[in-house]
Design a protein around this ligand. Structure first.
Ligand code: NAD
Ligand code: DAU
Length: 353
């Protein structure tokens, strides 16, 4: 049975990945710092599971990571751990550099030393998979798509920190031979997403009949991918990806933000109309734009389709329906993760920008 060291596995994508991996019979050592975005409740069904070991800690803690590697002898490391929200990176970039750059560097060094001491097939088969974002490529105009050879041009402190970590991962392959893989994915949505991101934030506010904040003119475009499809892509890359390569992952589901918000409103209206019968679209409120707001992202996912036979199984419509149904069925999860300091207030308005 394969063992994975997963970092950030109490977060949105990492949590979905861990649930999927355990269901498929893998062993997972799950290292997570439990920041505001890490929620053990996501992993509640694994509490007694012998295949899941949860460890509360930081990817930058070399002593801890070295001990985990020695004790559990993982076949691969999958690095999800990161500060992930663009708006928060505008308010406070330092934490993004600390975890995404300094933390990833520490993890790479510890992984390299562990891998060097392995022998035979264990050494040959070991992989370090780094989970990254399409935001490293910057912003597109009306035409074109991001490919794996698109030059990096990150525009936010978040994407700059992810770009730096991608470069370190690449350098560890070229300099030390560490068998790395990198995935660059578009916008994910689905179960267990912390309600600071557009989809769960709109769902939460729309359910309560509150104003739905749309930045700028609402015409910015993102390429939306259901989280389960992203997790399946990562597994495919882990199993069959070529060492040292990067793979773009996307849904071929480009939508303007306004379309996303209106879709969510219509799905909620059909399931749980507002008491006064008003269509929720009327709650849309245009607010001050995000500083440096990237206009358009679109992924050319041709390489992962051709080489690894991966395509998404959910369409934009089916994935959004599943997501809305999940949020309606898991209101307790949403309430509990909102217990902390975050009250869905506007972030990243750029007071210092
Ligand atoms: P998230 O914010 O929901 O979760 C991040 C997790 O990492 C949390 O559980 C947090 O506690 C943990 N963490 C943070 N700092 C840590 C540290 N120093 N040590 C250990 N754990 C730490 O993020 P997400 O949306 O699930 O994103 C996961 C990864 O995927 C990130 O690397 C992100 O850049 C990338 N990504 C996200 C998207 C998206 O749409 N959400 C798209 C492409 C790529
Ligand atoms: O593209 C991949 C990236 O997608 C990931 O790397 C990031 O971790 C993830 O957070 C996401 O980044 P975005 O900035 O695109 O996601 P967010 O949900 O914050 O915003 C999506 C779009 O919606 C963006 O154009 C900003 C807009 N928006 C967002 C919020 C929170 C609004 O109009 N109103 C809002 O309240």
């Amino acid at each position: 049975m394969k063992t994975l060291l997963v970092t950030g596995g109490a977060g949105f994508i990492g949590g979905n990945f861990v649930l999927q991996a355990i269901a498929d019979g893998l062993r997972v050592v799950n290292l997570d710092k439990l920041t505001y975005a890490g929620n053990p409740e996501t992993l509640a069904t694994l509490r007694e599971h012998p295949g899941h070991v949860f460890v509360h800690g930081d990817i930058g803690d070399r002593t801890l990571v070295e001990r985990l590697l020695r004790e559990h002898r993982p076949d691969a490391i999958v690095n999800f751990a990161a500060e992930s929200h663009v708006d928060r990176s505008i308010d406070g970039p330092a934490e993004f550099v600390q975890t995404n750059v300094v933390g990833t560097l520490a993890l790479l060094e510890t992984a390299r030393d562990y891998w060097r001491a392995l022998e035979g097939p264990a050494r040959e088969d070991f992989r370090f998979l780094h989970v990254s974002t399409d935001e490293v490529y910057g912003s597109l105009g009306d035409e074109g798509m991001f490919r794996e050879d698109t030059p990096y041009a990150p525009n936010s402190p978040y994407s700059a920190s992810k770009a730096a970590s991608d470069h370190l991962v690449r350098a560890f392959h070229h300099t030390y031979g560490l068998p790395v893989l990198t995935t660059n994915c578009s916008n994910n949505y689905g179960p267990y997403q912390f309600p600071e991101k557009l989809v769960p934030l709109v769902l939460h506010k729309a359910l309560a009949g509150e104003a739905l904040p749309v930045y700028g003119d609402g015409r910015n475009v993102r390429d939306w991918l259901f989280v389960g499809d992203h997790c399946a892509a990562i597994r495919r890359v882990l199993e069959s990806g070529r060492v040292g390569e990067t793979y773009n992952v996307g849904g071929h589901a480009e939508r303007e933000n306004l379309t996303v918000v209106k879709t969510l409103c219509a799905l909620l209206d059909a399931r749980q109309p507002l008491a006064d019968g008003r269509p929720r679209e009327q709650l849309i409120t245009f607010v001050k734009d995000r500083p440096g707001h990237d206009r358009r992202y679109a992924i050319d996912a041709g390489k992962i389709r051709r080489e690894l036979d991966w395509t998404p199984s959910e369409s934009f419509d089916s994935g959004m329906q599943r997501t809305v149904d999940w949020y309606l069925d898991h209101q307790a999860w949403v309430r509990h993760v909102l217990d902390g300091s975050y009250r869905m207030q506007r972030l990243g308005e750029g007071a210092h920008a």
